[in-house]
Unconditional design. Structure first.
Length: 292
C-alpha cells in the first residue's frame, strides 16, 4: 500500500470554505521555510479538491493520503480538510492545525478529533521566526490532550529549532511525533553531513518519526550532497520503520503528483525493498492505522 503523508486540499467553493490564510511574510529570517514552496509563502494556494486528489492519486499509483490542513489557505479553520476526510474515510485521514498558545486550544483539539474525526495535530511554527512557543509551558496542555486522545503531533519547524523539539520529546515520550520536511536541513555541504548532526541526534527518541518530502529530496541533490549519501545515513540512524514519504503537493508544485512520487521512488531505489515498503506505506500506518 502506498500512502502519501503530506497533501493539502483546498476547496473550489469559496463561499462555503472562505480562504483566510495568515502566513506572515518577511518574518526576519531570510532562510525561514527555504524551498517549502515554489514562491513566497501562501502563493501556492490553488484549488485542490478531494475529488481532484483522488483522480491524481489514481494516476500516480497512490492508494491513500494524509490530508494536512492548508494553513496558507484557511489558517486555523480546519473545516474543509476535516470534511474531505469524513467524505472519503477509506482513502483519507486528516491532520488539523490550531494555535497551541490559546487557553482553549486543548478543547479545540478535542472538538476537531472527537466531533470532526481528525486524526492528528500539526504545530506550524514558521509563522514566527524563532517558534519560541514550541517548548513554552503554555502549550503543554495541548500535548497532554493529544496524548489522551491518542493522536500524533506533526511539527513543522526549522532546523535551528531542533533544541526546542528535543525539549518536548523529552517531556512527552508518550506522544508520537512526526517531524515535517526533516526540519528543512541544509545538505549542500555533503558527506559526512556534520552540520546535520542535531537531526541525526534525535534518533535517540523512539517516539519520533521523520517525514521527508520533495523539499527534502531537492535539498539532498544540492551541492556536494546526493540523495543516496544522505538518505542512507538517515536510514541507518532511524531505520525505515521511522521514515515516511509525503509529497507536499500542491505546495510543492513544480512537477505533478505522479512525478513527485516517481522521483521519490527513483531516489530511494537503492534501499532494500522491505525498507521501501515501510517508507512508502507501512510507517504511515503506524501513526494512522485507520488507513489500513
Amino acid at each position: 500500500m502506498i500512502i502519501d503523508t503530506h497533501v493539502h486540499v483546498v476547496s473550489d467553493d469559496q463561499q462555503k470554505y472562505p480562504r483566510n490564510g495568515l502566513i506572515q511574510r518577511g518574518s526576519g529570517d531570510a532562510n525561514a521555510g527555504q524551498g517549502l514552496t515554489t514562491g513566497a509563502p501562501g502563493e501556492w494556494v490553488q484549488d485542490m479538491t478531494g475529488e481532484t486528489l483522488l483522480s491524481l492519486n489514481a494516476l500516480a499509483g497512490i492508494d491513500k493520503t494524509v490530508l494536512v490542513q492548508a494553513y496558507s489557505a484557511y489558517s486555523y479553520d480546519n473545516s474543509y480538510t476535516a470534511d474531505c476526510a469524513a467524505k472519503y474515510p477509506d482513502r483519507f485521514a486528516s491532520v488539523c492545525i490550531l494555535d497551541p498558545t490559546q487557553s482553549d486550544a486543548p478543547n479545540q483539539l478535542s472538538y476537531w478529533v472527537t466531533q470532526r474525526g481528525m486524526r492528528g495535530l500539526r504545530l506550524f511554527t514558521i509563522t514566527e521566526t524563532e517558534g519560541t512557543w514550541l517548548d513554552d509551558p503554555r502549550t503543554f496542555p495541548v500535548w497532554e490532550r493529544a496524548a489522551s486522545l491518542g493522536i500524533p503531533i506533526c511539527i513543522m519547524a526549522l532546523f535551528h529549532q531542533i533544541p526546542r523539539i528535543r525539549t518536548v520529546l523529552e517531556r512527552f515520550p508518550n506522544v508520537t511525533v512526526a517531524l515535517d520536511h526533516l526540519a528543512v536541513p541544509r545538505l549542500s555541504a555533503g558527506p559526512p553531513y556534520e552540520s546535520v548532526q542535531p537531526l541525526f541526534g534525535l534518533s535517540r527518541f523512539p517516539n519520533l518519526f521523520l517525514k521527508f518530502s520533495s523539499v527534502s529530496l531537492y535539498a539532498a541533490r544540492r551541492g556536494k550532497s546526493t540523495p543516496k549519501e544522505f538518505f542512507s545515513r538517515l536510514n541507518d540512524r532511524f531505520g525505515a520503520k521511522r521514515l515516511m514519504w509525503g509529497s507536499n503537493f500542491p505546495a510543492t508544485n513544480d512537477r505533478s503528483l505522479k512525478d513527485q512520487f516517481d522521483l521519490a521512488r527513483q531516489e530511494l531505489s537503492f534501499l532494500p525493498q522491505e525498507d521501501q515498503r515501510w517508507i512508502f506505506g507501512e510507517t504511515a500506518l503506524t501513526l494512522w492505522p485507520m488507513l489500513r
